[in-house]
Write a protein that binds this ligand. Structure first.
Ligand SMILES: NC(=O)c1ccc[n+]([C@@H]2O[C@H](COP(=O)([O-])OP(=O)(O)OC[C@H]3O[C@@H](n4cnc5c(N)ncnc54)[C@H](O)[C@@H]3O)[C@@H](O)[C@H]2O)c1
Length: 257
């Protein structure tokens, strides 16, 4: 399979979970290179070990909420490969579980910085490169939490709604240069993040929290990182070349009710 043949791809939050699974799929689909960015050097090392047999993997340890560091990893990719075809800003954090009056301002700001500022900065530095090459696909990581509310995680919900706004604006700004910008909106997916949220929703019985969440998903289970990666692959590939500015759910049917 070679749906990404010769494409240079850049993924943030690539050390674990959905980011790593997407990097793996990109290489299996013939990507020329996958640049994985993450704050966890240890996780990046593990990811590199796993993915390197499949193709070219470059890892960069960086904080996606830092202006200079984002500028640097985008420049590094462009300098090394001469172009960036696919950008998947996926790094994110869940924040604390608490009702709004008990949320701390510093936690709210941290969530907004890692989940939104990061995507703003990524767009700011990647869009000019793609617009100049007159080609490119950006897939912003949002969530079902970017399309509706949910009690206890207001900063996360607000951050993921902001990603939807950035996606629509960027899509309109870049369309004239043949650059596409879409967002993906997963339901609960089996990763570290959901384990942390389950413990936050029900500190005494995280398994009960999981069962309750699964009961709200018509297909009756969490999704997998690989299932999200398949959607990202479609949006990254030329198969979606007439699609931009769209919010794609990968949610086991949650959006149907
Ligand atoms: N798991 C879910 O249920 C779910 C559902 C919808 C959306 N998402 C979104 O998917 C994305 C990936 O999450 P995941 O589920 O794979 O969880 P995860 O915790 O396994 O992955 C998040 C990755 O982002 C990295 N990261 C965190 N802060 C960073 C920073 N400041 N700079 C650079 N990297 C940083 C982490 O080290 C980690 O590798 C997140 O944006 C998350 O909000 C997850």
């Amino acid at each position: 399979m070679a749906r990404l043949k010769d494409k240079v791809t850049l993924i943030t939050g690539g050390a674990y979970g959905i980011g790593r699974a997407t990097g793996k799929l990109f290489l299996e689909e013939g990507a020329k290179a996958v640049v994985l960015v993450d704050i966890s050097a240890e996780g990046l090392e593990e990811a590199k070990q796993e993915l390197s047999p499949l193709g070219e993997v470059v890892t960069v340890t960086a904080d996606v909420s830092d202006d200079e560091q984002v500028k640097n990893f985008v420049e590094l990719t462009k300098e090394r490969y001469g172009r960036i075809d696919v950008f998947f800003p996926n790094a994110g954090i869940e924040g604390e579980v608490a009702p709004i009056p008990q949320q701390k301002l510093e936690d709210y700001e941290k969530v907004m910085n890692v989940n939104v500022r990061s995507i703003f900065l990524g767009l700011k530095y990647v869009m000019p490169i793609m617009m100049e090459q007159n080609e490119g696909s950006i897939i912003n990581m949002s969530s079902v939490a970017g399309l509706g509310g949910s009690p206890g995680v207001a900063p996360y919900i607000a951050s993921k709604h902001a990603v939807t706004g950035l996606t629509k604006s960027a899509a309109l700004e870049a369309a004239g240069s043949n650059v596409r910008v879409n967002s993906v909106h997963p339901s609960p997916i089996q990763t570290r993040m959901m384990e942390s949220l389950e413990a936050g929703f029900n500190p005494e019985d995280a398994e009960a929290a999981k069962e309750q969440l699964e009961a709200g998903i018509p297909l009756g289970r969490y999704g997998t990182s690989e299932e999200v990666a398949q959607l990202v692959l479609f949006l990254a590939s030329d198969e979606s070349q007439f699609i931009t500015g769209v919010q794609y759910r990968v949610d086991g049917g949650m959006g149907a009710s």
